[in-house]
Design a protein around this ligand. Structure first.
Ligand code: ATP
Ligand code: MG
Length: 430
């Protein structure tokens, strides 16, 4: 099926938000003043053509991107440019927008997986160093031909047909992170990886090219891939191309179905979750659901994660099942146990119940929802300091706090004075 794309950009600015307009106009004016030429490229150009929002403005200048970015940051005010002179790139954060400005350049890869050496060049040469044809379309923001779209016809036709295509057969050897990128775009847009590209990719994977990139870069790519709402589709494609076997050893194809169910659960909770909810961590929890403890430890070791994420992933299965049994019995203790779990783990708990049977799943979902929406915020009215002043020994505070929390969440303690009464009775018994 052909995809409808926008190709007339004479009214380019009117389709943008006022913040984007200010930035594009700023770059255009600065480039003109400096006698350089500037273009919108990469994902920003691609998504404009597809009519998708993108908060990452990718620009290329035929000139000095670092200097231009510094001037732009000054003129926008309240932000600064992070400069990478070696790669001729600069990044500016402005509100919810990121502006990536790069000098048009050529790249040479000395060895597979290593970072390339770069030298300044023209926009035409710059385009052919890019990962895929759909990311190599550029739109002028120069005054004389503002909004003019330029690229080989095939790039546009790939975008219309929904095809991910590399520029040459060694593309994945040069930079194996492109393997993750191909899967990401295929899943995100529902595109197909063109058949030669798929073969090049499979060969690179068979030749062990993923091992050529640092574990940090591999983990970052995996995180971006699994952070997408289409993570289940990405995993499906990762299985069909061999990426899953190389990047996620031990994970079985059944994980795709689990990820799809997990996404449905997440959609039910979505509006109630805090911004810091880590979708990637949630996907990892689901991915390793059916692994043995030893395999889980190995799996977690391959990912360079923060300690608190490792703790969440290695949370004992037996403890999780114990909490789940309590949820299903509606045992009041679970409402306090839940404090040990992060929201990502609570949603995973729903998935565990769901995979046992839908009825248990629905019951667990209702109770977890009630915990996240209402109960979680109910903590003891009295602070630790107040409890100590009342005469409670320090070492008993943890257990006492749990008891009060349970009373608050079970509806037995509704006010601070009621809590005080409870504490006085408790002290007398001691
Ligand atoms: P997203 O919407 O996920 O940000 P994107 O295509 O904008 O997708 P970026 O990582 O922001 O991806 O990169 C911007 C552009 O830089 C890409 O569109 C592509 O042209 C180029 N690019 C990025 N990474 C690579 C790479 N590994 N190899 C070649 N070109 C790349
Ligand atoms: Mg981008």
């Amino acid at each position: 099926m052909a995809i409808k794309i926008k190709t007339d950009f004479s009214g380019l600015l009117s389709a943008m938000t006022s913040a984007e307009r200010r930035i594009i106009k700023g770059i255009s004016a600065l480039a003109a003043k400096r006698g350089e030429r500037a273009y919108i490229v990469g994902g920003f150009a691609r998504d404009m053509l597809l009519g998708f929002p993108n908060f990452d403005i990718d620009c290329v200048v035929e000139g000095d991107a670092c200097e231009l970015a510094e001037e732009l940051a000054k003129s926008l005010g309240g932000c600064h440019a992070t400069i990478n002179r070696k790669f001729h790139t600069a990044k500016i954060k402005k509100g919810n927008l990121t502006i990536d400005i790069a000098s048009a350049r050529e790249e040479k890869y000395a060895a597979a997986g290593e970072l390339p050496s770069v030298r300044r060049s023209t926009i035409k040469n710059d385009v052919s160093r890019r990962d895929f044809t759909i990311n190599a379309i550029y739109i002028s923001i120069n005054r004389d031909d503002f909004g003019k779209l330029s690229c080989e016809k095939t790039y546009l036709s790939d975008l219309k047909k929904g095809l991910i295509r590399v520029f040459h057969k060694n593309s994945f050897e040069d930079d194996p992170t492109r393997i993750f990128r191909a899967v990401r775009f295929a899943a995100r847009f529902g595109f197909r990886i063109e058949s030669f590209t798929k073969r090049f990719m499979q060969k690179a994977l068979k030749d062990g090219m993923l091992k050529k990139i640092s574990s940090f870069r591999a983990k970052r790519e995996l995180a971006i891939l699994l952070n997408e709402i289409n993570a289940p589709e990405a995993l499906e494609i990762a299985f069909s191309t061999g990426l899953a076997k190389a990047a996620l050893p031990g994970i079985k194809k059944t994980a795709v179905k689990n990820l799809k169910t997990a996404r449905l659960i997440w959609l039910d909770f979505f509006i109630y979750l805090q911004e810091q909810f880590d979708f990637f961590l949630y996907m990892l929890l689901v991915l390793q659901k059916d692994l043995s403890c030893a395999r889980r430890r190995e799996f977690v070791k391959t990912l360079t994660l923060k300690k608190k994420d490792r703790v969440a992933l290695l949370f004992p299965k037996s403890s999780m099942n114990k909490i789940l049994r309590r949820v299903l019995r509606n045992d009041p203790a679970w409402r306090v146990d839940a404090d040990e779990l992060r929201d990502e783990q609570l949603l995973f708990l729903v998935l565990l119940a769901m995979s046992k049977n839908p009825e248990r799943g629905a019951k667990t979902e209702k109770r977890v929802m009630d915990y996240i929406l209402r109960l979680k915020r109910k903590k003891p009215f009295h602070s630790s300091g107040e409890l100590i002043r009342m005469g409670f020994p320090r070492e008993k505070l943890g257990a006492l706090a749990k008891e009060i929390t349970s009373g608050r969440r079970g509806g037995k303690i509704l006010s601070k004075s009621q809590e005080y009464g409870f504490l006085v009775r408790k002290l007398k018994k001691w």
